[in-house]
Design a binder for this molecule. Structure first.
Ligand SMILES: Nc1ncnc2c1ncn2[C@@H]1O[C@H](COP(=O)(O)OP(=O)(O)O)[C@@H](O)[C@H]1O
Ligand SMILES: Nc1ccn([C@H]2C[C@H](O)[C@@H](COP(=O)(O)OP(=O)(O)O)O2)c(=O)n1
Length: 297
């Protein structure tokens, strides 16, 4: 099924007004490993907000495309990838109380993050949470994300998700709001949330850190993943840094929706901040903005 964009646009506009009148929208953008998703999830937990990981949706489409041997550089494959983005059921579920990771003697206790919130990602009902973080997907996602047709489809779904009118299980837009629990707002992170997806967000934060700091974070994350999967794998820091800089270049320089700070976004350099400090700062900025705008959180 291909979405009727004109129709879904009208729906989005209509319910943006009705449903989001009193809900807070927080947009967080920034380069890879700046700490967007982990801190956005923790801030969402503290604020009772819904969390939407827009990057996970690009990753899920990349996985679907690679499984069908489709390449974003081949003209004949491009429309097939956009079609896959439209027809795939991508379901995000953030759990604030995840089950503990399997313990092995080789995991340093400092690296166990089981008490942190996690976002489970389902592609057509299959749990692909870990698969979409593999180096193969990471190295191919920029090519898919720079495709205009894919972006049109996913931006539409992301806006509808933030407005509570997209049913991820059915892959359908709904005429009535779907969020069953009552979050006080939405936080979405990505590259174009403040500039394209939610241009009227109540607060926009552009978070970054130096490439070396970000590569160190990714390096530690990859080491931890190989511990928990019980595989001994040599991870080369210079390769992690090189891949990250390559992806930065592609995210910043692409023609469509490049990674860019929105004019009205606040800049947050997390190079010298701990995760807790970063979360506290985000929560503080949200509470301050909500007070200024008379939004009751
Ligand atoms: N301020 C911080 N200090 C140290 N590590 C951090 C910080 N913010 C995030 N991290 C860690 O860095 C890694 C990448 O963070 P993540 O939130 O996935 O980044 P992004 O979503 O921007 O790609 C994660 O392992 C996370 O726990
Ligand atoms: N709103 C978004 C979110 C992500 N993307 C692209 C850019 C990134 O290279 C990929 C993956 O995003 P993701 O946030 O998962 O990547 P990192 O965790 O920051 O490494 O998707 C995008 O183009 N627009």
């Amino acid at each position: 099924m291909i979405f009727n964009f004109a129709k879904s646009n009208n729906l989005t506009k209509k319910f943006d007004k009705v449903f989001y009148r009193n809900l807070f929208q927080l947009a967080i953008d920034g380069p890879a490993a700046s700490g967007k998703s982990s801190t956005a999830r923790m801030a969402a937990q503290q604020l009772n907000f819904e969390y939407i990981d827009s990057g996970a949706m690009y990753r899920a489409v990349t996985l679907a495309a690679l499984r069908q041997n489709l390449s974003p550089t081949l003209l004949e494959d491009v429309s097939k990838i956009a079609q896959l983005a439209a027809t795939s059921h991508i379901h995000l579920h953030t759990t604030f109380d995840p089950p503990p990771l399997p313990l092995t003697h080789s995991i340093p206790s400092s690296s166990i993050t089981s008490s942190l919130p996690q976002t489970l990602v389902y592609l057509n009902g299959e749990d692909v949470t870990y698969e979409i973080r593999s180096p193969e997907i990471t190295n191919n996602v920029s090519g898919i994300a720079s495709n205009l047709d894919v972006r049109k489809v996913l931006v539409e779904k992301q806006r509808a998700l933030a407005s509570g009118i997209y049913d991820e299980n059915q892959n359908k837009f709904s005429p009535t709001p779907l969020i069953k629990k009552s979050p006080k707002g939405t936080v979405m992170d990505g590259r174009d949330v403040g500039t394209v997806i939610l241009p009227n967000a109540d607060l926009k934060i552009f978070v970054t850190a130096s490439a070396k700091v970000r590569a160190t974070r990714r390096f530690k994350e990859l080491q931890q993943q190989s511990y928990s999967k019980r595989i001994s794998q040599i991870i080369d820091f210079n390769k992690v840094l090189e891949d990250l800089e390559k992806r930065d270049k592609s995210d910043y320089e692409r023609k469509i929706s490049p990674l860019k700070k929105a004019n009205d976004a606040l800049f947050l350099d997390s190079s010298h901040m701990s995760v807790t400090e970063q979360v506290d700062k985000i929560v503080e900025l949200v509470l301050k903005r909500a007070k200024e705008k008379n939004i009751d959180l």
